[in-house]
Write a protein that binds this ligand. Structure first.
Ligand code: 48F
Length: 266
């Protein structure tokens, strides 16, 4: 016999225990559970870091699921992008690939979502869905603005427009993996002192350039704040690439390695 009240109390107690632990501080908060955020979380968690992904939707995968105009296949390439090979990363994460051209492979959008999500949680990353990040925690140390965590609201509260105060998650590093909108970089540009940048929108489509440049420019934007995936393209005004996902995987892996280096994980 399963008691209804017990089910609810288990959910609330177990969630609260974890959320309260994570609020006090994790190593990395990743905003957005798209391809870049999920890939980054796998490598960060695998390196032993405490990783929390906050995703405002109640689903994983960001822009993957829609494939190319809702066709259910996506493309990953076998090329070197600034030292990262997307096909090799996909294989490392268990994504089933079919060769369709000289250096092009395809997989189901659903398979990519499933395998990246599995790689993330299996490595130990924690994913909280339905959580909208709306602001940043910061400090100014010796004149330098440093990001120290995020300010978040459950998505239904955010969407309702109710005047409800948010909750906080402290972190040594925050990653903007919010896609085209580069929401966290926009927040930084508007809400943090001594930050002198503006965030625009990516240029039109040019796959070869987009895939290389998005990996090249992936990395730290401010002390404590990093960008991965399409937020990099918006921030640096790079071209877009559509349903080719290699650059997102490579960008996720690169940002993870950068943070691991910066946090000096041995
Ligand atoms: O858009 P998204 O998939 O970003 P990505 O990882 O990959 C981009 C590709 O999907 C595709 C492309 C390249 O092939 O052009 O678009 O860079 O995933 C971003 C996730 O962030 C969530 C959003 O719901 C999505 O799942 N997100 C955005 N803003 C917030 C957020 C926010 N303020 N708080 C929490 N989650």
């Amino acid at each position: 016999m399963i008691d209804e009240g017990k089910v609810t109390s288990i959910i609330i107690e177990e969630s609260s225990k974890e959320l309260s632990q994570m609020a006090k501080g994790v190593d990395v908060v990743i905003v957005g559970a798209g391809p870049a955020g999920l890939t980054a979380s796998h490598y960060l968690a695998k390196a032993g870091l405490k990783v929390l992904i906050l995703e405002r939707r109640v689903s994983l995968g960001g822009g993957i699921s829609g494939g190319g105009s809702l066709f259910h296949k996506v493309v990953v390439e076998d090329v070197e992008l600034e030292g990262y090979n997307p096909k090799e990363i996909a294989e490392e994460l268990g994504v089933p690939l079919k060769k369709v051209d000289d250096n092009l492979y395809t997989t189901d959008a659903a398979a990519l979502v499933a395998k990246l999500s599995n790689a993330s949680v299996s490595a130990g990353a924690k994913i909280v869905l339905g959580m909208h990040v709306e602001d940043l925690i910061y400090r100014i140390e010796e004149g330098v603005t440093k990001v120290k965590g995020v300010v978040a609201l459950w998505s239904p509260i955010y969407l309702s427009g109710l005047h409800v105060d948010p909750i906080f998650f402290k972190a040594k590093a925050v990653v903007d993996a919010t896609g085209h909108d580069a929401e966290i970089l926009k927040i930084a540009s508007k809400k943090l002192p001594n930050v002198n940048f503006e965030v625009g929108r990516e240029y039109g489509a040019w796959i070869d350039e987009a895939e290389k440049l998005v990996v090249k420019y992936t990395g730290k934007v401010l002390e404590g704040l990093y960008a991965a995936g399409m937020s990099v393209a918006s921030f640096y005004r790079l071209p877009r690439m559509g349903p080719v996902f290699g650059g997102m995987l490579a960008s996720g892996k690169k940002v993870a390695e950068k943070i691991i280096g910066d946090l000096e994980v041995s």
